[in-house]
Ligand binder design. Structure first.
Ligand code: ADP
Ligand code: F6P
Length: 319
């Protein structure tokens, strides 16, 4: 293996730049040439490659977003699109590819790997919805951004005795919502993984006001419904007045935390080692603080489980 390429795909996440930097520098350390592919699979099909040396990734370890840009591409889902990508890889004399992204990006990566092209995936998404790794790159940063925001909202909520709904990203999963709900001391969390129970929420609100609480926070995972919808339902059915904030894309931005930065650096480096060791069609994971590999398909064949103990802990904290 002489030349490898790296791309970022799907939603950006804090720490992606640290992972790119690590892929580049580990590649150089092993005497490889490294190319960056801009705009994800779209750029791969168009041959949008740039050579990356050690200086190209200087000053990016702490930056959010992705210096390689990211994209979503319908064309890459077609055989024609992937053939175009393979042709670009071959004409650029690329021997291996590192894909940093979420499970959608992995599906594309596996299709490439199935043609015999060496591909290794790195889990980069704030959603943390990928099996085979305890955390994905960006998750810890998004958690901390959400926590900071909710703490600020709590100041104003408590000053006005208000009911607040805070909607957080996470696609179809509730990892972000559950962990930040516990850390922020929220009274209630609404997750896609549990049955939606409006009566139970109303009962919790009622009991909190009875206990003279001066705020009530509902952390809502976007995969359940929008905050505006939950607000309308609580107002219509129970007469509660609620304010809401959608944290949305704020959670994707900002500097990666120390945890995410080092996770990205470890995963980036390990991905190159795995390519050099001849592994193909695998994803990098970090389980119990150890780097490991699993087949890419694990990302969607196995549903990552929420830690429901945290939900129970929330109930205890809200005694
Ligand atoms: P994420 O990687 O964050 O889950 P997406 O689900 O949007 O983000 O996937 C990113 C890109 O991966 C898509 O735009 C598409 O180009 C590619 N992709 C997703 N699913 C497939 C698939 N089944 N086959 C080929 N490529 C796919
Ligand atoms: O997968 C990351 C994520 O930020 C999800 O939390 C969110 O649902 C989605 O991407 C938003 O995607 P887009 O950038 O296409 O609006």
């Amino acid at each position: 293996m002489k030349r490898i390429a790296v791309l970022t795909s799907g939603g950006d996440a804090p720490g992606m730049n640290a992972a790119i930097r690590s892929v580049v520098r580990t590649g150089l350390y092993h005497g490889l040439e490294v190319l960056g592919v801009r705009h994800g699979y779209q750029g791969l099909m168009e041959g949008d490659f740039i050579p990356l040396d050690s200086r190209s990734v200087a000053g990016v370890i702490h930056r959010g977003g992705t210096i390689l840009y990211t994209a979503r591409s319908e064309r890459f889902k077609t055989l024609e699109g992937r053939d175009a990508a393979l042709n670009q890889l071959r004409s650029g004399s690329v021997d291996g590819l590192v894909v940093i992204g979420g499970d959608g990006s992995y599906r594309g990566a596996l299709k490439l790997a199935e043609t015999g092209f060496p591909v290794v995936g790195i889990p980069g998404t704030i959603d943390n919805d990928i099996a085979g790794t305890d955390e994905t790159i960006g998750y810890d940063s998004a958690l901390n951004t959400a926590l900071d925001s909710i703490r600020k909202l709590r100041d104003t909520a408590s000053s006005h005795d208000r009911l607040f709904i805070v909607e957080v990203m996470g696609r179809e999963s509730g990892f972000l919502a559950l962990e930040v709900a516990l850390a922020s001391g929220a009274e209630c969390v609404v997750l896609p993984e549990t049955q939606f129970d409006e009566c139970m929420i109303c009962d919790q609100i009622h009991r909190a006001w009875d206990r003279k609480k001066d705020h009530f926070f509902i952390i809502l995972a976007e995969g359940v419904m929008g905050a505006h919808e939950l607000k309308a339902r609580l107002e219509d059915t129970a007469g509660y007045t609620a304010r809401f904030t959608v944290l949305g894309y704020l959670l994707r931005g900002g500097s990666p935390t120390c945890y995410d930065t080092n996770l990205a650096t470890r995963m980036g480096s390990y991905s190159v080692e795995m390519l050099l060791d001849g592994h193909e069609g695998v994803m990098i994971g970090c389980v119990d603080h150890n780097m490991m590999i699993n087949p890419l398909a694990l990302a969607w064949e196995q549903k990552k489980q929420l830690n429901f103990d945290l939900l129970e802990l929330m109930r205890i904290m809200n005694v």
